[in-house]
Design a protein around this ligand. Structure first.
Ligand SMILES: Nc1ncnc2c1ncn2[C@@H]1O[C@H](COP(=O)(O)OP(=O)(O)O)[C@@H](O)[C@H]1O
Ligand SMILES: [Mg+2]
Length: 339
């Protein structure tokens, strides 16, 4: 499997490391032993040193490895995978599901089907890298193999980021502190700047603006969803992103999708929104707990998107106007022209 960073990387000497990435110089400081390896330096730190550096030992190890990768050209290193393969299980009646779907990075897949058909179940199977041990009996392979059991429950280097239907923050942190904390966990060079980028991006996605000083608990549903999408697209190292019913959220859905597409991840999103469904390269149709069909979005369908988006914009304008007290005496064209 992918970029499981080997501890061998920490055999680099301190002076070599400092030459490789100036960030090491700031971190390590003037050292009397430039020929010490990073591993030995890490081992030599006591809890006072770690406190001063504001890292736990495990975090610092991850940070050192990330600095090396950074210098080698991977800013914000994403765990690389080559393929996500979904093997069929059974539908709700127990009948076999005929499915063998292989997805590659950059793939955008929508999941459609009536409420209760099993869309969230499919996303859940991918999130937990199911091995025939969920109600659907599906199995998930990464790069053609059964993922390492440790990977299924790992908190860091996670393969899958899930944006769930309910996003209720219970912690009382400001948006700025929260995102900066994430940036630090993910060993980004300049957490403060990364946090500012995430917040700016989230503000583009959300209708109503918020700032770094806004408390998480004050965010609306749309704002918190926008924040999570920006966070996943810009900071997450997970190569797979799952989105459950994004349209419930009062955000610019298209823009959010474009942002995720640009991050070269595998994106699966369940949706009832025809525009989002057709924007995907493929759509998985679910019925009674099983995948019924996988449809490639055709050129004709893509061509129809422009028209659908036109009507969608008209509906949004109408919705906004009514929200702000407008009266609907006459129907705007082309709704009116349909009479
Ligand atoms: N293949 C399956 N076998 C057994 N139960 C299933 C299967 N697929 C879905 N379910 C169950 O059916 C219920 C509805 O599925 P869910 O994924 O929540 O539907 P949706 O997200 O499409 O509304 C859930 O309890 C889910 O666990
Ligand atoms: Mg659901």
């Amino acid at each position: 499997m992918s970029a499981h960073m080997s501890p061998a990387n920490l055999s680099l000497r301190l002076d070599e490391a400092q030459r490789l990435n100036p960030a090491f110089a700031t971190l390590i400081g003037p050292t009397p032993k430039p020929d010490l390896s990073l591993a030995d330096w890490l081992a030599s730190l006591d809890s006072g040193d770690l406190d001063r550096l504001k890292f736990s030992r495990v975090e610092l190890e991850a940070h050192l490895l990330a600095l090396i990768q950074d210098a080698q050209g991977f800013r914000n290193p994403v765990t690389r995978i080559k393929s996500l393969r979904i093997l069929g299980g059974r539908d709700k009646t127990g009948a076999a599901e005929n499915l063998d779907l292989d997805l590659r990075p950059g793939a955008i897949v929508s999941v459609v089907g009536p409420t209760g058909s099993g869309k969230s179940r499919l996303l859940g199977d991918i999130e937990c890298l199911a091995q025939g041990d969920t109600p659907s009996g599906r199995r998930i392979l990464i790069d053609g193999e059964i993922p390492d059991p440790a990977r299924r429950w790992a908190a860091s280097g996670k393969l899958v980021a899930q944006l769930s239907q309910n996003m209720n923050f219970v912690v009382d942190l400001t948006v700025g502190d929260f995102v900066e904390m994430h940036a630090e966990c993910r060993a980004v060079d300049n957490p403060e700047q990364a946090a500012a980028e995430v917040i700016a991006c989230a503000n583009q996605l959300a209708g109503e603006k918020f700032s770094a000083a806004t408390s998480l608990t004050q965010l609306s549903g749309g704002q918190s969803r926008a924040l999570m999408i920006a966070d996943v697209a810009l900071l997450s190292t997970s190569p797979i992103v799952l989105i459950d019913e994004i349209e419930n959220a009062g955000i610019n859905r298209r823009q959010a999708l474009d942002l995720l597409v640009a991050s070269d991840k595998i994106v699966l999103m369940s949706t009832h929104d025809p525009i989002l469904a057709l924007h995907a390269h493929k759509r998985i149709v679910i019925a009674a707990g099983a995948v019924l069909e996988v449809i490639e979005t055709s050129d004709t369908e893509r061509a129809h998107l422009a028209t659908l988006e036109h009507y969608d914009r008209l509906m949004s304008e109408l919705r906004e106007n009514l929200r702000h007290g407008a009266r609907l005496e006459t129907l705007p064209l082309p709704f009116g022209s349909l009479e």
